[in-house]
Design a binder for this molecule. Structure first.
Ligand code: FE
Length: 163
């Protein structure tokens, strides 16, 4: 648990949007379905401000590749947005993304809270072999994956600067 707390005060760095963002994602936190390739992964975390206070109703828009490194560019599989709860929490039920090209596995997210601007970044996985050869890899944005009886889980908190 100490690792999760350590990450709670960490500022994620922005990472470029990349070519596969689509507007209009569904309001959905289960972004994988039974046919989606990849190992099941649950992501949880909070959006907090610089003082550590939870940010309620922050908009989070996730998109990612499936376990084979494929994006759904025709539809909205592995794409979904949600708003943080009264505790600033979010939860995404998804799969571990695969590699594509020179890219290490990563999950894209956009965040906007209140009057903040849109914060766009990519989340990576600790100790993934492809991180070091990915030109966009950002070590500040690593998530540790733990194995649980329900499958893989990762947790991260997003500290957002309110403007
Ligand atoms: Fe990508």
């Amino acid at each position: 648990m100490a690792d999760n707390q350590a990450s709670a005060s960490k500022f994620l760095k922005e990472v470029e949007e990349g070519p596969y963002y689509k507007t209009g994602s569904p309001p959905e936190n289960k972004i994988a379905d039974a046919n989606t390739s990849g190992q099941r992964l649950i992501l949880t975390g909070r959006v907090i401000d610089e003082n550590g206070n939870p940010v309620v109703d922050a908009w989070l828009d996730f998109w990612q590749a499936d376990g084979n490194g494929m994006y759904d560019n025709a539809g909205y599989r592995l794409r979904g947005h949600q708003y943080t709860s009264e505790n600033g929490e979010f939860r995404v039920e998804t799969v571990m993304p695969g590699r594509y090209g020179r890219r290490a596995p990563h999950i894209h997210v956009k965040v906007k809270a209140g009057s903040s601007r849109v914060f766009t970044t990519q989340l990576f996985f600790t100790n993934n072999k492809s991180n070091s050869s990915d030109p966009l890899f950002e070590p500040a944005n690593e998530m540790k994956v733990t194995e649980t009886p329900e499958g893989k889980q990762a947790r991260f908190d997003i500290v957002i600067r309110m403007e």
